[in-house]
Design a protein around this ligand. Structure first.
Ligand SMILES: [Zn+2]
Length: 510
């Protein structure tokens, strides 16, 4: 596995080599070419947003405003990239940048800011992460690959949708959990303030912002710890550095306090509704359905156009097995926002419960296009299996089975049940062993979740001689069994290298 990864990097190294960092002007190794950096950002921008709650659709003016501030800074940055800025529908105070200049800020961070200059401080900092290749450098050091592999582990502790992501989208999960290290953070703070100044903002707003962060981190609010502070630990040292940097920059500049508060007015007015929604989600996971429902109603009374609120109501109805009402609510969620995977996923699941397989399939496929999840693939596998399309069902189960989540395990189970009888050697392994008197044994291992019996072993020697042997014993799920083959005795252990044993038949114990 390791070698496979290193080889393409070596090829890239040969062709690229040394380059000047566009931000710092320092010579450094650049393995990943810019075109690839940009395409990584483009490919992962959408799934990254999906798994963080999706775009904040109900206030498009806000997103346009944030993008405007971002572009104003991007224009004076040291590197031209296809910069983009979006607001995510997420209460956790956080912001992130993908390689290639794809940047996102959560509404939960925006409500904590006090001026346009503070917003510029956040965005300027993220622009530097992209412009100075901090993400790309992390990838070159192999951190990115670790991140992608670790994504499932990280997600299982979290409460976001990254848990269920499978396939290529796991890369996106790794990217947004990327940590840059202290030097990169210092660089982002320093050049972020420089860009603020160049763009006409008062860079000293970054000092106040950092002070706010230090204060908030003392409160140890769990949403802060899981968000911005996990990747950007605030410290008195950073405040001091910002103060020093600020003193060296020309005085004055725009603050834009009034304009900013005008733009986030809707966010402030609806802050409680989104808090009710977050509490409703918690109530739902604690199985307090009545409270979850009343919080959803309360939130909907304030922001009836928010798809997430309708979906919360749908989730309650679904868990109460009231699938008809669930469908109505998820249908409303889709009609408010037809660009979020979860609404399609849940509408599809409700339709499955109501036996509307045709439309369920459409919804589940739509959800997978937005974000591939084990949940959707498992549901699609069930539908294909029910209509007798075994091959498609297997492919869907296969896609879900890599996930360690409950739907992933269910899919693996279904896949084994469907595929093992026809394809036993893919699941049940056998290897040769010798006993003390030189007779050949077979160690049969069954890593699956079903027990098997009536196993037929195919024992093949190097010369092509084949002996078959039927085993009547049961090999329980997750266990192994050593059986005699009757072959032997052999005088040397060399026979172990010359014999191959495969499982040509096995039956699932029902
Ligand atoms: Zn940072």
């Amino acid at each position: 596995m390791r070698k496979l990864i290193i080889l393409p990097l070596l090829i890239l190294l040969f062709f690229s080599g040394c380059a000047i960092n566009p931000v710092t002007g320092e010579r450094e190794l650049a393995i990943i070419p810019e075109s690839q950096e940009i395409s990584i950002g483009q490919k992962n921008y959408s799934p990254s947003r999906q798994m963080q709650g999706g775009d904040f659709k109900v206030d498009p003016v806000l997103t346009a405003y944030v993008n405007g501030v971002g572009q104003r800074l991007a224009r004076v940055s040291d590197r031209k990239l296809p910069y983009e800025f979006v607001v995510l529908n997420n209460s956790v105070p956080n912001a992130w940048a993908l390689p290639g200049g794809k940047i996102a800020v959560n509404r939960g961070l925006l409500v904590e800011l006090n001026s346009e200059a503070e917003l510029a401080a956040v965005l300027g900092h993220e622009i530097v992460h992209a412009a100075a290749r901090h993400g790309a450098k992390g990838m070159e050091r192999g951190l990115f690959l670790q991140g992608a592999i670790m994504a499932a582990g990280i997600a299982s502790q979290g409460k976001n949708f990254a848990d269920y992501v499978v396939g290529g989208a796991q890369v996106a999960a790794g990217l947004i959990h990327n940590k840059y290290g202290r030097d990169a953070e210092r660089e982002a703070d320093y050049y972020g303030m420089l860009y603020m100044s160049r763009a006409g903002y008062d860079p000293r707003a970054a000092i106040g912002l950092q002070e706010t962060f230090v204060r908030l981190s003392k409160g140890r609010r769990s949403d802060w710890l899981s968000g911005l502070f996990s990747s950007h630990p605030p410290s008195q040292e950073r405040v001091a550095n910002n103060r020093k940097n600020g003193a060296a920059l020309p005085p004055g500049g725009e603050i834009g306090r009034e304009r900013f508060h005008q733009k986030i007015d809707f966010l402030k007015k609806t802050k409680q509704a989104y808090k009710d929604f977050d509490d409703g989600r918690k109530s739902l996971s604690n199985k307090d359905y009545n409270r979850a429902l009343s919080l959803a109603e309360k939130a909907l009374a304030v922001v009836p156009q928010e798809g997430h609120f309708h979906a919360l109501r749908g989730d309650v109805r679904y868990l109460q097995q009231n699938y008809n009402d669930a469908l109505i609510n998820f249908d409303r969620a889709v009609s408010k926002n037809n660009n979020f995977f979860y609404f399609f996923l849940r509408r599809g699941m409700s339709r499955t419960k109501m036996n509307d397989k045709y439309n369920a399939k459409f919804d589940l496929e739509s959800s997978v296009k937005l974000l591939p999840t084990a949940t959707a693939y498992n549901e699609l596998g069930n539908i294909e299996s029910a209509i007798g399309n075994q091959q498609r069902a297997k492919e869907y189960y296969q896609a879900a089975a890599s996930s360690k989540t409950q739907p992933g395990r269910q899919a693996y189970n279904s896949l084994v049940r469907m595929d093992l009888p026809q394809n036993p050697s893919a699941y049940i392994k056998a290897r040769p062993r010798l006993n003390r008197t030189g007779y050949l044994l077979a160690e049969i291992s069954n890593p699956t979740t079903v027990s098997v019996n009536y196993i037929v072993l195919r024992i093949m020697s190097r010369t092509g001689q084949v002996v078959t042997k039927q085993i009547r014993d049961t090999v329980p799920a997750g266990r192994s069994l050593i059986v005699g083959t009757g072959l032997g005795p052999y005088s040397s252990t060399a026979v172990l290298q010359n014999v191959r044993i495969t499982v040509s038949q096995a039956r699932i114990v029902q």
